[in-house]
Design a binder for this molecule. Structure first.
Ligand code: DX5
Ligand code: ZN
Length: 216
């Protein structure tokens, strides 16, 4: 069974609490929170005060995706704000600092993870895998919602599923970008078990059915 993690990047920001409550009512267990710094990616979104505010209104799992340069500078703030999972990009710093950031996250009682951009190979995850509770594969270039799903990322998902099964079977494998009711099928077939959906989820008229379909 898969887990749906709707990306609140596509929510209605003036009605965030309504959208979150509605997701909980529709059986959504996780929420994906995209943090962008305008530097690692060419866009800005929210900071840790958003995570803090979300934490006050929901018990759903907060799956926080940091698209920021040298995330080690900020991981403690995001942990304190109430993230459940905190993922950092392998491209965003040196291997040494990424390892140290994952340790910092775990020391704060939060589940750490790494993310790979489309051009980054599965092997780049290897040095970090034993420390990860989640590995996230981008299926679009990070920075914006509503982009086209990159089906050519599926061999990488498959390869990471094999690595995870061999080395750290408890670790989740998540996909993010252009995931909808059609593209989720190949993601699951290739071994992803957490599916981020931004525009597809918030566009769906029947969110109960959407959630069930994604998670089956
Ligand atoms: C992109 C973000 C995604 C985005 C997904 O940089 O990481 O989480 O919100 O949006 P959709 O599902 O619309 O591609
Ligand atoms: Zn994301």
């Amino acid at each position: 069974m898969a887990i749906l993690s709707p990306s609140i990047l596509s929510a209605d920001y003036m009605n965030m609490q309504r959208d979150i409550q509605q997701s909980a009512d529709c059986g959504v267990k996780w929420l994906h929170v995209d943090i962008m710094d305008g530097h690692f990616v060419p866009n800005l979104s929210f900071g840790y005060s958003m995570v803090q505010s979300l934490r006050k209104i929901t018990d759903q799992v907060l799956d926080v995706h940091l698209m920021i340069d040298r995330p080690i500078r900020y991981v403690e703030e995001f942990c304190k704000a109430g993230a459940d999972y905190l993922t950092i990009h392998v491209e965003a710093d040196t291997q040494e600092n990424t390892l140290a950031a994952l340790d910092k996250i775990a020391a704060m009682g939060v589940k750490p993870g790494v993310v790979v951009k489309p051009k980054t190979p599965a092997e780049a995850v290897k040095p970090f895998l034993s420390k990860c509770a989640l590995v996230l594969v981008m299926t679009v270039e990070p920075g914006f919602g509503g982009q086209k799903f990159m089906a050519d990322m599926m061999p990488k998902v498959k390869q990471l599923r094999e690595m995870i099964n061999a080395e750290n079977p408890e670790c989740h494998l998540e996909v993010d970008g252009g995931v909808d009711l059609n593209t989720c099928v190949t993601c699951k077939e290739n071994g992803a078990n957490v599916l981020v959906a931004g525009s597809a989820y918030f566009r769906a008229e029947d969110k109960v059915t959407f959630t069930k379909e994604m998670e089956k």
